[in-house]
Design a protein around this ligand. Structure first.
Ligand SMILES: Cc1cc2nc3c(=O)[nH]c(=O)nc-3n(C[C@H](O)[C@H](O)[C@H](O)COP(=O)(O)OP(=O)(O)OC[C@H]3O[C@@H](n4cnc5c(N)ncnc54)[C@H](O)[C@@H]3O)c2cc1C
Length: 476
């Protein structure tokens, strides 16, 4: 793949305006244009596009991709811009193609158990709409109140409920995709099963806007579980919490959520949490079960007993929605509290085999001690997916400080891979992890991925420079 990124044509704004109308374009001088040069990644840089195009239909998306391909202008697809690794940043300039106006829920079908939606639908809005009809869309990224379904499919987003229900990929049955050059492709199905042909849908999910622009999704739904309950177990340290998780799972429990947070995370939320943590709290485990109310009472008792046997300092069981909200408040406070408390917060979402969680936490502590960079770890322990936050109050603009932060992150990546893990469990690679991919993947695997990308986008114009690193020269 060409290492040199293509440059934008200066006439592109006018051409797009003529084709789609001025109302679709956020162009030079517009007060909102800068917004399209940022996302939620911890990067100090800002990447202004030449313009952003707010498409309202598949045909408009295809027109943008046709015009940009003809003029060799790079295009960066964008949903809600909540990505944490720079995937939606227009690093090569050119055009941002935003799906934020494509917000129609076209169909919710309780008989087929599917929903057909446009990509800009906010995940939480879809969840509420299907729940009103007694149905359930399980993927629940913590950003669900503002991220988009198209972005979720493009990043294969996960969330706490992934432990029982899986990630976004398991819920995307069919896709409509606009390709670079303007072709529109419909692939997949709306049936519960189906094995005909190669699975192009699975091939598109998780490609972070580098293969095509998702313009419609057929999503699998489930019947809504009749009830849910939450337990918070407080332990003296992560080793005790880790053993509790292992024992609970060995006992045959299948919760829908199994979350863990370390002492550093707890210490940051103590003052704000409605729940009063014991003084010596060193780790929390948050467990949520769902199902019939009777079976849940039994499960809750079992979990409580097991946590007590395993030395929990405190166990809090919540069945009523208000009680459950209070328990979740503590967990959801962690990320904002860290963001408030530090000028720099680099959140990496490594994933290790479940049996290696405690070892990984010990290694993260070691990296923190060796580098002098504070860390706080929380996340989806049931999946081995840990959010490792590197924290600093030094100057975020200082390149030396950034270098130090990323050097610590690299150490954690190296330990992750050594334990059989992967660099990202849910956020994706985008820009921030691209140059660490060789730690996890062989050059051969990377090369096949480059070839795959060029099959969909031979001119390397769609979200160039993301997801996989350029080929290394022989001397490197
Ligand atoms: C507070 C917070 C909590 C978060 N929690 C989670 C979590 O629990 N789990 C999780 O997985 N992530 C989480 N995230 C990360 C982020 O919300 C997800 O990656 C989300 O899926 C991104 O959706 P988006 O619509 O904002 O996409 P964007 O940020 O706009 O884009 C993300 C990537 O998808 C591509 N893309 C977007 N739309 C399309 C499309 N229609 N077609 C093709 N490509 C497209 C972009 O080019 C980019 O590469 C969190 C982020 C924040 C800020």
């Amino acid at each position: 793949m060409a290492a040199v990124l293509p440059s934008a044509s200066s006439s592109i704004v006018g051409v797009l305006e003529k084709e789609l109308g001025a109302a679709a374009i956020v162009g030079p001088g517009h007060e909102r244009l800068d917004d399209y040069g940022r996302d939620e990644s911890p990067l100090p840089e800002f990447f202004p596009p030449e313009c952003a195009v707010l498409v309202e239909s598949t045909e408009q998306a295809a027109a943008v991709l046709r015009i940009c391909a003809e003029r060799k202008v790079p295009v960066t697809p964008r949903g809600a811009g909540s990505g944490m690794c720079g995937g939606a940043l227009p690093i090569a300039g050119g055009v941002v193609l935003s799906t934020e106006r494509m917000q129609r829920i076209k169909e919710i079908d309780p008989a087929d158990l599917v929903a057909v939606v446009e990509p800009g639908v906010v995940t939480g809005v879809l969840q509420a709409a299907v729940e009103e009809q007694g149905l359930f869309y399980p993927p629940d990224p913590a950003s669900l109140e503002f991220c988009s379904i198209g972005g979720n499919a493009a990043t294969n987003a996960g969330g706490p409920r992934a432990f029982k229900y899986g990630v976004t990929r398991e819920y995307v049955l069919g896709l409509e995709v606009a390709l670079m050059g303007g072709e529109i492709l419909r692939c997949g199905r709306r049936t519960a099963k189906g094995v005909t042909g190669y699975d192009l849908v699975a091939g598109f999910v998780g490609t972070e806007g580098t293969f095509g622009v998702i313009t419609e999704l057929v999503l699998k739904l489930l019947p809504r579980p009749p009830a849910a309950a939450t337990v918070l177990g407080v332990f003296a340290d992560v080793a005790a919490a880790g053993s509790a998780i292992t024992m609970l799972l060995r006992g045959g429990l299948r919760p829908r959520v199994l979350e863990l947070a370390d002492k550093h995370s707890i210490d940051h939320i103590r003052a704000k949490s409605r729940y009063r943590f014991p003084e010596n709290a060193g780790a929390i485990v948050l467990i949520e079960v769902d199902g019939e109310p009777e079976s849940m009472t039994m499960m809750m008792e079992q979990i409580g007993m097991r946590c007590d046997e395993l030395g929990a300092l405190d166990v809090l069981a919540a069945t009523e929605p208000a009680e459950r909200a209070a328990v979740w408040q503590a967990r959801r406070l962690i990320s904002p509290a860290l963001k408030e408390g530090y000028r720099i917060k680099v959140n990496e979402d490594i994933c290790v085999p479940r049996g290696k969680i405690v070892e990984m936490l010990a290694r993260i502590d070691r990296v923190s001690a060796e580098t002098g960079i504070a860390t706080a770890v929380f996340g989806h322990a049931g999946d081995g997916n840990l959010h490792c936050n590197f924290l600093s109050n030094e100057d975020p603009e200082d390149p030396a400080v950034r270098k130090k932060m990323w050097a610590a992150a690299e150490q954690v990546f190296i330990h992750t891979v050594a334990l059989g893990g992967t660099l990202s469990g849910e956020h994706g690679v985008g820009l921030t992890k691209r140059d660490y991919m060789h730690l996890e993947m062989s050059e051969q695997v990377l090369e096949w991925q480059r070839r795959w990308k060029l099959m969909w986008d031979p001119q390397n114009l769609l979200n160039p420079g993301k997801k996989i690193p350029a080929a290394r020269r022989c001397s490197e």
